[in-house]
Structure formats: structure tokens, C-alpha cells
Design a protein around this ligand. Structure first.
Ligand SMILES: [Zn+2]
Length: 469
């Protein structure tokens, strides 16, 4: 009975999807693609000033009340000092996931004293809601994407930060002194830092929503930095800063370049100061810049297959408010074009022979050994550049499958996968899970190997990370 329901539902989805595909063939990814129209912010609605937590809360509440069909406000938890970790969804379906369409996110102000990203997020919300009816590009984006925006993950740190302070660590940490971007489980090394409520809230959040693409906004540099942030163990890793590349390096480079190239100046790769590095084309591999343990982007990618890039948007961490308009103008197009990249690659449904969705099927692009899973609706997404690929699909109780497919530039490839039930044991693939793969990769080091060298390197790391973003 339930299966029949699903079969009909998926059949309708199928028809709907094929139509969607046709309308997407109007092409959002090449030179002839429509672009966002010019936009002049209305400072009467949202001024270029810094918003403390109460001001920010008021803006988010007012906006969600004024645009109930385009926004929804929720909190993923509270900071140590009890401030809500607000998320505002902007989409033509703000309250419900759109089956078959990607959810994406931005998270800003993870380091409380890196304040520009937080204000950019508020202006991005304002831009989206006021442009939906007048800008076909924004309408397309919001009709086909659910955009979750968390303007401040570290409101307690923000509360003790000072406008005009470009460098340093005052306000960087949460109220217990923890760096939230060193507080996630790590792919390469054991993270011994005590879990914090802010990071726990993010972990819970991303375990419930399958985010396809994410940007993590920071300040203190001008660069798009992509996984991995950490490297396999090596005694002098902190000094060597070797690249640590993912199997999706082509995609991460492309996503980072999308941000840098649409930014007013990031792609020029000019160093913030003479003592800081310059970045070719305004992008860098995270570990090639400086390795770190417990970062958010590696966690998103390895555990959930979410492509997250760290966006360092200002040389000065907390510049004077009169510069905010300029920062918005520099980043506006990047912020939009980056999110649109969620519509590149392959997407589809995994289902059984009755058309019922298969949840938590494990998927992998052959040759790219970081996997991902299907949602409870059987959906999956993977951002890929144009080319020919093989998709590997495994699910408990089903025969594994490999499917060849092609990705083109103009629109995502739709690929529905039907799995045949299997009574026999199909071998090790039955146990394949991205998460357990990560756990296998991580090898705790014996105590004696973590001697003074590691304390020197961690000291060096915190020094470096206080200089940069
Ligand atoms: Zn930062």
C-alpha cells in the first residue's frame, strides 16, 4: 500500500523533474546565461552598520514576518551565554524541503571577531527577498534552492569584539575560550578538544539536513580556501604546509574560483600585508596555507559529502562600519554565484523496484573515495564538472550497481537508480559507509608520539591562526 503511494509519487516527480530539466536548459552556467541584475541596497530597510545580537534578532524576526512566503526563521541551539544561533531560510519553499532540489548554507561569524561575514549575510537576505519579484536569476535560485543562512555561530565572541580591531584573538573564541573552527571531529587526527554547544548545534543540524554546498565566512585574509584543512600525520607538518588534496580537488578549485572570480578583487591574489601570503588567483588549499585540526569544512565534506569552502572576505577582521557597503559590493555577486553551483553535476533518486525510495544508500563517484548518502526521499546530489563518470551505489539488502553517466555544463544530469533486492551477501560493499570510512582513516597516535614537538606545533598553529582568519 505504502509502496504504491510512493510509486505514484515518484512517477509524478519523474514527470515534474523532466519538465524542470527542460526549463533549466535555459542555461545558468555559460557566457550566455542570465546574470543577477544590478541591485541598490535600501539603507532605510537595512543600514550598513554592525548589528549586535539583539539588533540582528530584530532584523531576522522583522524580515521573516514581512516575507512569510520567502523566509523562515529557526534556531539550531544556543551559545554558552544563551544567545540563539539563528538560521534564516530563504527560498520559495521556506518551510519545507523541496524534494529533488538542493539545500545549501552559509555560516558566518564562527570566529566572533570576524564581523564582516555576519553583516554580509544580513544584506544577502535583504537582497534575496527584495529581488525575488524583479530579478529572474534570483527567482530561479530561490525557486530551485533552499538557502539556509546562519549569520553568527559565535554571538558570545562577537559581543566582546571591538569594531576597528583588524587583528588578534579578542572575541575569536566562544565564551569558554574554544576556537569553534578547531572543534569538529577530524578526518586525519584525533581531536581532543571538548565539544562545545555551538559546534554540537552545527553537527546536529547538518545531520538532519543534507546540505549539498556550503560557505563558511571568515575574515583576516582575502582568499577562498578549500579542503582538506588537515594533513596526514607528519612531524613537521606545521612548518611544511604541504597541500592536502581531496579526490574532488577539481570541484573544490572550481567552487573557490567561482567565488574569487566573481569578487571585485579576490582573484587578483594580492597579499593583505607584506608579511602575509599572496594567493594565486585568490584561492588556496587549506593545508597548503596552514594545516589545522577540527575544522568545519573537512567535517562537512568527509562526514556528509557537503562541499564546503572557507571564504575569507576581509583583510581586516572587524573594519569600521563605514566600509561595510564596499564589502557588500565586492562580495554580492560571489555570494549568489557560489550558491548557484549547487545546480551543477549529477542528482537523482535511489529507489527499489517498486519505486520506493531507499534511504541511506551509499554512493560514490568511482575514483573519488569520499562518499555520500541518499536522503529519506532517496535523493542524492554531487557537484561535478563536465565529463564522464561512473556512479557506484550500495545499499543493505540490494545488489550494488555501477552506472555510467555524463555531466554537461548547462544543467545537472538527472540520474535515477533502481536497485534490485538481493538475498545473498554482496560482500564488503554492504558495509561501505562514508562515516565509517572516515573513522577507519583516522588513527589515534600513541601518547609518546605526541610529545613536545606536537605542543610546539600546536602553539605555532594557534599563533598562525591568530594572524590569519
Ligand atoms: Zn576565522
Amino acid at each position: 500500500m505504502a509502496y504504491h503511494h510512493w510509486a505514484i509519487g515518484l512517477f509524478l516527480l519523474h514527470i515534474f523533474y523532466n519538465n524542470l530539466c527542460n526549463c533549466q536548459s535555459e542555461n545558468y552556467f555559460d557566457d550566455s546565461a542570465p546574470s543577477p541584475r544590478s541591485y541598490t541596497p535600501d539603507v532605510g530597510l537595512l543600514d550598513f552598520v554592525y548589528h549586535n545580537h539583539d539588533d540582528m534578532t530584530r532584523f531576522l524576526r522583522t524580515t521573516s514576518a514581512r516575507y512569510p512566503n520567502l523566509t523562515a526563521l529557526y534556531s539550531i541551539g544556543k551559545s554558552i551565554q544563551g544567545r540563539d544561533l539563528w538560521v534564516i531560510v530563504v527560498s520559495s519553499s521556506p518551510y519545507e524541503h523541496m524534494i529533488g532540489k538542493p539545500d545549501v548554507k552559509y555560516i558566518a561569524n564562527i570566529h566572533g571577531n570576524e564581523a564582516v561575514g555576519k553583516e554580509l549575510m544580513l544584506h544577502l537576505v535583504q537582497y534575496f527577498v527584495t529581488s525575488y519579484n524583479t530579478d529572474p536569476y534570483i527567482k530561479w535560485l530561490l525557486d530551485n534552492t533552499r538557502i539556509h543562512i546562519l549569520p553568527s555561530l559565535n554571538p558570545d565572541g562577537y559581543a566582546v569584539s571591538k569594531e576597528g580591531t583588524c587583528d588578534g584573538g579578542q572575541g575569536r573564541y566562544n565564551a569558554r575560550g574554544f576556537d569553534l573552527n578547531r572543534n569538529f571531529p577530524d578526518y586525519f587526527k584525533q581531536n581532543t578538544k571538548r565539544e562545545q554547544p555551538e559546534t554540537d548545534a552545527v553537527k546536529e543540524w547538518i545531520s538532519k539536513i543534507q546540505f549539498v554546498l556550503s560557505g563558511s565566512l571568515h575574515g583576516g585574509a582575502l582568499v577562498a580556501s578549500y579542503p582538506y584543512d588537515n594533513t596526514p600525520n607528519s612531524m613537521f607538518q606545521s612548518y611544511s604546509s604541504q597541500p592536502s588534496l581531496t579526490p574532488d580537488d577539481d570541484v573544490f578549485k572550481h567552487l573557490s574560483l567561482t567565488y574569487a572570480n566573481n569578487h571585485a578583487k579576490m582573484s587578483r591574489g594580492v597579499a593583505c600585508k607584506s608579511a602575509t601570503p599572496s594567493f594565486e588567483n585568490g584561492i588556496t588549499n587549506g593545508a597548503a596555507w596552514y594545516p589545522l585540526t577540527g575544522g568545519m569544512q573537512d567535517y562537512n565534506y568527509v562526514w556528509y559529502g557537503c562541499m564546503e569552502v572557507t571564504l575569507e572576505v576581509s583583510c581586516c577582521k572587524f573594519p569600521p562600519a563605514h566600509e561595510l557597503r564596499k564589502y557588500w559590493e565586492d562580495n554580492q555577486l560571489s555570494l549568489v554565484k557560489f550558491l548557484a553551483e549547487a545546480h551543477r553535476g549529477v542528482q537523482g533518486f535511489v529507489m527499489d523496484t517498486n519505486g520506493a525510495p531507499i534511504e541511506r544508500a551509499s554512493l560514490k563517484i568511482k575514483g573519488r573515495d569520499v562518499g555520500f548518502q541518499s536522503t529519506k526521499y532517496g535523493e542524492f546530489w554531487r557537484i561535478l564538472l563536465p565529463g564522464i563518470y561512473k556512479l557506484e551505489v550500495f545499499a543493505d539488502g540490494y545488489a550494488p550497481r555501477e552506472i555510467d553517466f555524463m555531466v554537461i555544463e548547462q544543467h545537472p544530469t538527472l540520474l535515477n537508480v533502481t536497485l534490485q533486492a538481493s538475498k545473498r551477501n554482496d560482500g564488503p560493499y554492504n558495509n561501505y559507509r562514508p562515516v565509517s570510512a572516515a573513522q577507519q582513516h583516522y588513527r589515534p597516535q600513541p601518547e609518546r608520539e605526541q610529545g613536545f614537538l606536537s605542543s610546539i606545533s600546536s602553539g605555532f598553529n594557534s599563533l598562525v591562526s591568530n594572524i590569519f582568519g
